[in-house]
Write a protein that binds this ligand. Structure first.
Ligand code: BTN
Length: 293
């Protein structure tokens, strides 16, 4: 099956080892356009974070990889792609439930359970991202999971009904490109550089902070219009974070501690503030884990 718009084209296959691998192998054989998306019914060796696998019952879930050629995104700002992909998945799932959160860096949670994950593989040249393969797995119609998976959830389990995977993918791609397209215009079709400094500047502006801290519904459209796309992405990501409020338990190589999330930096580092001494600690992915008390 093939679906396409100006932004993307979709190739739906029955079975591959991993959609990320398939897309990268395909790229070795011929040039592919930005937006090329490979979807499969079954992955023989689906790949997850931290070298783990990603298992999924045949024909039940959404398993896909999307090809991007971003420009002018520096290595230490690369997390913007993760933010966009996470927000797009969240927006798809928000249509069905209120309880979707992004667990740093880019796991998608329904309450305390994981409903989607992503594996983003970037190619870098001279300190900038030249190519990104965004691999996403969303549990859609799977009704039960193997016992060894710690805390899985699916849309079927939440809503008690089957969902059309083609439709969900289309919604995802539209949401993704509505965010990414704005970034593209500002970053490389316009004449602007995404810098950590800019993001910091915007976050300190009263208008955004007032809106964000007011506790009201975050109006992404409003912020996008007034402040620009990247700031909207930054703010929407922060407001969607799992455990964004209050103190929670974490564990690093020194042991367990309670802390609050202070921010997620443009590089993707998680900044935590400890409860006992108010110490600010900055972590890369894998350096800290969420702990359930
Ligand atoms: C994780 O949370 O561990 C990441 C899971 C990523 C799974 C998706 S499924 C489609 C794409 N192809 C892969 O091999 N992995 C990603």
């Amino acid at each position: 099956m093939e679906v396409s718009s100006n932004d993307y084209s979709v190739l739906w296959l029955e079975e591959v080892d991993s959609t990320n691998n398939y897309l990268k192998e395909w790229l070795r054989q011929e040039p592919l356009e930005e937006g090329t998306t490979v979807v499969v019914d079954y992955q023989v060796r689906g790949r997850g974070q931290r070298g783990n696998g990603w298992s999924s019952e045949k024909g039940k879930n959404l398993l896909f990889s999307l090809l991007l050629y971003p420009k002018r995104i520096k290595v230490n700002e690369q997390f913007i792609l993760s933010r966009i992909a996470s927000l797009a998945v969240k927006r798809v799932l928000d249509r069905f439930t209120d309880d979707i959160r992004i667990k740093w860096p880019n796991d998608i949670y329904w309450k305390e359970k994981k409903i989607a994950g992503m594996l983003i593989e970037n190619d870098l040249l001279r300190g900038e991202i030249t190519r990104s393969v965004v691999g996403i797995g969303i549990n859609v119609n799977q009704q039960s999971f193997p016992d060894e998976l710690p805390n899985p959830a699916s849309l079927w389990q939440i809503t008690g009904m089957e969902h059309d995977r083609v439709k969900l993918l289309e919604v995802f791609l539209q949401e993704f490109f509505s965010l990414y397209g704005g970034l593209r215009e500002r970053l490389w079709e316009g004449n602007e550089k995404l810098t950590e400094f800019d993001v910091g500047q915007t976050r300190s502006r009263d208008r955004v902070r007032g809106r964000h801290d007011s506790g009201g519904e975050l109006d992404v459209e409003w912020i996008r219009w007034h402040e620009g796309q990247r700031e909207a992405i930054y703010t929407a990501y922060m407001s969607s974070l799992y455990r964004k409020e209050g103190y929670h338990w974490y564990e690093d190589h020194n042991g367990r501690f309670q802390a609050a999330i202070q921010e997620v930096m443009p590089s993707g580092h998680l900044v935590l503030r400890t409860l006992d001494r108010g110490e600010v600690r900055c972590y890369a992915f894998k350096e800290v884990a969420y702990v359930n008390p």
